[in-house]
Write a protein that binds this ligand. Structure first.
Ligand SMILES: Cc1ncc(C[n+]2csc(CCOP(=O)(O)OP(=O)(O)O)c2C)c(N)n1
Ligand SMILES: [Mg+2]
Length: 350
C-alpha cells in the first residue's frame, strides 16, 4: 500500500497507543488502522458488557466485526471532510475522531452527551471533527449527505462528504434520488455501502434480485465506483483513498461497496445465532476473517509489530474507556423540558 502521509512504519516510533490521534507523519497508516480498530472494538465490547444493566436507555447497533470500514475510510479523509452515518454509527464517529466521553454520555442519556442526552446511540454528532450526525431512519441520511456535498459544491470548497449506509438502505428510493442528483451535479461525495448481507434478519437474497449490483447502479448514472473486502482495513484504505481523491478532484461522486459481517445481534448486545436466520457455519467463517486479527497477522509477518506490542495496543484503551464510563455515569440527566437541542426554537424570517 502507499504510505504517502504516514512515512514511519515502525511501531517503536508510533504515537502513544492510548491516544487516538488522527493519522500523522509519525504514524503509519497501517498502525493507525490497527489501533483505531482495536479501540473501536474495545469501546463496543465494553458497551456490550454494560448494556444488559439497562442504564443505557436506547437501542444500540454494534459494529463489532465491521471496524475495518470505519477505520479504512477515515484514514483516507482530511480533518475538514464531512461524515454522516446511520443507526450503526459508533465506529464511524470514533474513527473520525469523535469525543469518547461525550459519546458514552450520550448513550447513557446524560446532558454531557454529544446530543445533550436527547439522541442516544443513533444520533452521534461531533461538529469539532465534522461528524455531522447519524440518523436511524434507514436511507434518510443519504439525501442529507447529498445536500452537504451540494453545499460544498455551491461554495466551491474542496471538502468531501462521506455517507455510510447499509445494504438495506440502498433499497430506499432516497438513495436512488440522491445518486441521481449527485451524478447530475458532479458532487464531491462518496457513498460507502457497508454490505453486511442482512437487513435485520433478512438476507440479501430475499430482498434483491441476484443480478442487482449497487456499484453498477452508480455506473448507470455515470458514477465511478468499486467493490472490495470490507474486512481488510488496508484494502479499504486504498479503495477509499482512490474514491475520496476522485471526489475531491471534481470528477464527481463515487460508490464504494464493502463486504463485511456483523457479529452480534442486529440491535442490542447479545449473540443471536440461535434464532436461525443465519447459519453458524457462515458466522464462524466470518469470525475467521476478523479484521483486527487479519491486520495483526500481517503486521507481525512484516515485522511492523511484535506480539508484545500487539498485546499492549489491545490493552491500551481500558483506561480511557473506564474514564468515559465514569464521566457518563456521574453526569446529570438533561433538565426536564430542555428540548432546545431537539427542536429548533428559531423561526426563520421572523
Ligand atoms: C425507513 C425505515 N424502515 C425500517 C426501519 C427499521 N430498521 C432499522 S435498521 C434496519 C436494517 C437496515 O439494514 P442495513 O441498511 O443493511 O443496515 P445494517 O443494520 O445491516 O447495518 C431496519 C429495517 C427503519 N429504521 N427505517
Ligand atoms: Mg445490512
Amino acid at each position: 500500500m502507499t504510505r504517502s502521509k504516514y512515512a514511519d512504519e515502525q511501531a517503536g516510533t508510533a504515537a502513544a497507543p492510548g491516544l487516538l490521534a488522527p493519522p500523522s507523519p509519525a504514524d503509519s497508516v497501517s498502525l493507525w488502522l490497527y489501533r483505531t480498530m482495536s479501540r473501536i472494538r474495545a469501546v463496543e465490547e465494553r458497551i456490550a458488557e454494560h448494556y444488559p444493566e439497562q442504564e443505557m436507555r436506547c437501542p444500540v447497533h454494534l459494529s463489532v466485526g465491521q471496524e475495518a470500514i470505519a477505520a479504512g475510510v477515515s484514514a483516507a479523509l482530511e480533518p475538514n471532510d464531512y461524515v454522516v452515518s446511520t443507526h450503526r454509527s459508533h465506529a464511524h464517529y470514533l474513527a473520525k475522531g469523535g469525543d469518547l466521553r461525550r459519546f458514552i454520555a450520550e448513550i447513557y442519556g446524560r446532558s454531557t452527551g454529544c446530543c445533550g442526552g436527547h439522541g442516544g446511540s443513533m444520533h452521534l454528532i461531533d461538529l469539532s471533527v465534522n461528524m455531522l450526525g447519524s440518523t436511524p431512519i434507514v436511507g434518510n441520511i443519504v439525501p442529507i449527505a447529498t445536500g452537504i456535498a451540494f453545499a460544498s459544491w455551491l461554495k466551491n470548497e474542496k471538502d468531501v462528504t462521506v455517507v455510510y449506509l447499509g445494504d438495506g438502505a440502498t433499497e430506499e428510493g432516497a438513495f436512488l434520488e440522491s445518486i441521481n442528483f449527485a451524478a447530475l451535479k458532479s458532487l464531491p461525495i462518496v457513498y460507502v455501502v457497508e454490505n453486511n448481507f442482512f437487513s435485520v434478519y433478512s438476507p440479501l437474497d430475499v430482498r434483491q434480485p441476484a443480478a442487482r449490483d449497487v456499484v453498477g447502479i452508480g455506473k448507470n448514472h455515470g458514477m465511478a465506483g468499486a467493490r472490495g473486502d470490507g474486512n481488510d482495513a488496508e484494502q479499504v484504505y486504498e479503495l477509499a483513498k482512490a474514491a475520496v481523491d476522485h471526489a475531491r478532484s471534481g470528477a464527481g461522486p463515487y460508490v464504494l461497496e464493502l463486504e463485511t459481517y456483523r457479529w452480534r445481534e442486529h440491535c442490542g448486545s447479545a449473540y443471536d445465532n440461535d434464532l436461525g436466520y443465519r447459519s453458524v457455519a457462515e458466522y464462524e467463517a466470518w469470525r475467521g476473517r476478523d479484521p483486527i486479527a487479519t491486520l495483526e497477522r500481517r503486521l507481525l509477518e512484516r515485522g511492523t509489530l511484535d506480539s508484545e506490542q500487539a498485546a499492549q495496543i489491545s490493552n491500551a484503551y481500558a483506561g480511557e474507556i473506564d474514564d468515559a464510563f465514569a464521566f457518563a455515569r456521574s453526569s446529570p440527566f438533561p433538565d426536564e423540558g430542555d428540548f432546545g437541542t431537539v427542536f429548533s426554537t428559531a423561526v426563520p424570517g421572523r
